[in-house]
Design a protein around this ligand. Structure first.
Ligand code: ADP
Ligand code: ZN
Length: 288
């Protein structure tokens, strides 16, 4: 049996499953403080004979195997989790191979293996939720360099009608600061799900996401782009993204038919946990 953890800022999803990415059992555990959350995680896996564990975690995290802080959550503002040695605490309880990556890299792996990018050797997975983050598979490998990508914090041009100052504590009006769920709520005075009928909200959202996608396309040229996260439940953003992306790219590069190129997750809410299971499978393979 393989174990998987999708560690999010509000909840941990823990699952066991097989090497093909099939989930057999799963639980949800609230993300409070490590002393409370982690014993419950360990109790869950203790019920099984676990051969390897995959972790897709909220970040930033240290994914550099050469680094002394490898396996830690690093600079999160979440109380108790800053510098938390995530991999070490799992390894202490379960001395098995452990795969560790970002939640969005895990989701990209899930989607490229079993979801909307199945059969391709590259894809980009972007979540637009409480924050904005992206993971990528490039020629079959998860994109990683000195650290993991942080594509949600790129700079974008302002929409001509946007006077909102932005919500990112580091950069103010980066992509996440202008287009994540909390920015939508603060700019328009209502949660996104209560703004369904306000066309200008989703038009502006598409304007920002399309700029980001143009940059990702120009730099990475992924074979498919998958957009997930709570905000993308507003499917009316997709047409706005297509319109602006055409406009910004302006024929310079030829893109596939946009409605097939830029899509929602094929695995729905299971992209992250399925990808984490695949991280476990990869970790097991690497060890053998
Ligand atoms: P998280 O990013 O914490 O994992 P989500 O992806 O669900 O969780 O993102 C939560 C954000 O998405 C919140 O800011 C919320 O207001 C927004 N959101 C959730 N559902 C919707 C919806 N149906 N329409 C618009 N915004 C939504
Ligand atoms: Zn930022």
């Amino acid at each position: 049996m393989l174990g998987a953890i999708e560690a999010g800022g509000t909840k941990f999803v823990c699952a066991v499953g097989d090497e093909l990415g099939n989930i057999i059992e799963r639980v949800q555990i609230p993300t409070t403080v490590p002393e409370e959350t982690m014993p419950k995680v360990i109790d869950f896996f203790n019920q099984y004979d676990i051969k390897a564990i995959g972790i897709g975690s909220f970040g930033p995290i240290d994914v550099n195997p050469e680094s002394p802080a490898y396996g830690n959550i690093t600079s999160t503002p979440k109380p108790g989790w800053r510098d938390y040695p995530f991999v070490k605490s799992m390894k202490d309880a379960f001395p098995v191979p452990i795969g560790f990556n970002t939640d969005v890299n895990a989701a990209a792996l899930g989607e490229v293996t079993l979801g909307a990018a199945k059969g391709l050797d590259s894809c980009l997975y972007i979540t637009v939720g409480t924050g904005i983050g992206a993971g990528a598979v490039v020629q079959g490998n998860l994109l990683q360099g000195y650290s993991h990508p942080e594509m949600g914090h790129i700079l974008v041009r302002r929409h001509p009608n946007d006077e909102y100052q932005g919500k990112c504590p580091y950069h103010q009006d980066c992509l996440e600061g202008l287009a994540a769920g909390p920015a939508i709520e603060e700019r328009w005075g209502e949660k996104g799900m209560n703004l369904v009928d306000r066309a200008e909200v989703w038009e502006m959202e598409g304007y920002y996401i399309a700029q980001a996608l143009m940059q990702y396309v120009l730099i990475l040229s992924p074979k498919r782009i998958i957009l997930g996260g709570g905000v993308m439940n507003q499917t009316q953003v997709f047409p706005s993204i297509y319109k602006y992306l055409q406009e910004f790219v302006n024929g310079y590069v030829t893109l596939p038919e946009l409605s097939e190129y830029i899509v929602g997750p094929g695995l729905g809410d299971n992209a992250g946990i399925t990808g984490s299971l695949l991280l476990a499978q990869r970790a097991l393979q690497e060890e053998n």
